[in-house]
Ligand binder design. Structure first.
Ligand SMILES: [Mg+2]
Length: 331
């Protein structure tokens, strides 16, 4: 059984909402239907949009599955470098999402693919988790071990007795590493002192606010390595358009008819801006309408890029529009 959202003029809808942060809940159902027909591919962030703390956010499963059932292509795109593509697939399927592995874009997988495309044949010094090393193994790229690498004794003791630099390292990859340490910084900066050594960051998400605490994100570790190495990394994840390059170049998606959904503007919405996608900010994660108001008032042109086309408190708020549309157009 198939159902459609019909068609409409893409330019009318695109121009109408471009970077206006229009609240979809304030539009008529006819306007929402028109907006729904203006895209046929959906790329969505995961944490804060689809799920939070391992649980699906109310209505997100129904909305994504209805998009897919209506013929839209759907992709989950996460900067989280601690999970392989197959682990993300397993999590998505367990929560009820109708998704396949080819629909999952993850930074651990994309990092390994990037090095493979460059025909990288040395070893990688990894600051990160086993999702990165598993994805490197899957494409046959050698790497160092992950896990704790604590300081031993004083700095003088460490330098004279414990520091061991290897001579076959050709890249430093930095992702989320709960065992980040001074020795790891020192080794990374020493390897990067060779200008031939690649510096690759899975992503630059600064932090994850949790109830009563802040968890540092990969961006915090990347900045530390940037500072001590005096090198700029190649960033794999959002907002770098490289993460969607293959989809665009292979014409899997048409950027002007692609919707990017996210809860963090400086990664998700900025990726949409950089790729020419339509953008939807949801308020179920990091950034809220109050943040958008600040960017609207800001004199910094970079802040203007963070303003989404449309907004919803949460993705599940689209459910009534989709169910209504589906029941009226099933044939
Ligand atoms: Mg998020």
């Amino acid at each position: 059984m198939r159902f459609t959202f019909g068609t409409c003029s893409r330019h009318t809808v695109l121009n109408m909402y471009k970077q206006t942060c229009t609240n979809l809940l304030e539009l008529s159902s006819a306007k929402v239907t028109e907006w729904l027909a203006s895209f046929d591919s959906v790329i969505t962030d995961c944490d804060g949009v689809l799920w939070v703390y391992g649980k699906a956010i109310e209505g997100s499963v129904e909305v994504m599955n209805t998009f897919k059932a209506s013929g839209k292509k759907i992709f989950f795109c996460t900067n989280n470098s601690t999970k392989t593509r197959s682990e993300l697939l397993k999590k998505g399927v367990e929560l009820g999402f109708n998704i396949t592995e080819s629909g999952i874009i993850s930074t651990a997988h994309a990092t390994a693919s990037y090095l493979k495309r460059r025909k990288f044949d040395k070893r990688v010094f990894v600051i990160g988790s086993d999702a990165i090393t598993q994805e490197l193994d899957a494409v046959g790229i050698r790497h160092t071990q992950i896990g704790p690498d604590p300081m031993k004794g004083s700095l003088a003791d460490y330098m004279s007795q414990h520091l061991k630099l290897e001579n076959d390292i050709g890249a430093v990859v930095v992702g989320f590493d709960e065992h980040f340490s001074f020795p790891k910084m020192m080794k990374a900066a020493s390897y990067l002192n060779d200008p031939e050594c690649l510096f690759v960051a899975t992503n630059t998400d600064e932090r994850f606010p949790m109830p009563n605490m802040i968890v540092p994100g990969s961006g915090s570790f990347v900045r530390a390595i940037q500072t001590c190495s005096e090198r700029e990394p190649f960033i794999i994840g959002k907002p770098n358009p490289a993460i969607c390059d293959a989809l665009i170049k292979q014409r899997v998606i048409d950027p002007s008819r692609t919707l990017m959904i996210g809860d963090r503007a400086n990664t998700d919405i900025l990726l949409g801006y950089n790729c020419g996608f339509q953008t939807l900010l949801v308020g179920s994660g990091i950034h809220q309408l109050a943040d958008v108001e600040q960017w609207k008032q800001s004199k910094n042109p970079e802040d203007k890029k963070l303003i989404p086309d449309v907004y919803l408190p949460k993705l599940g708020d689209l459910r009534p529009s989709l169910i209504c549309k589906r029941s009226s157009s099933i044939h």
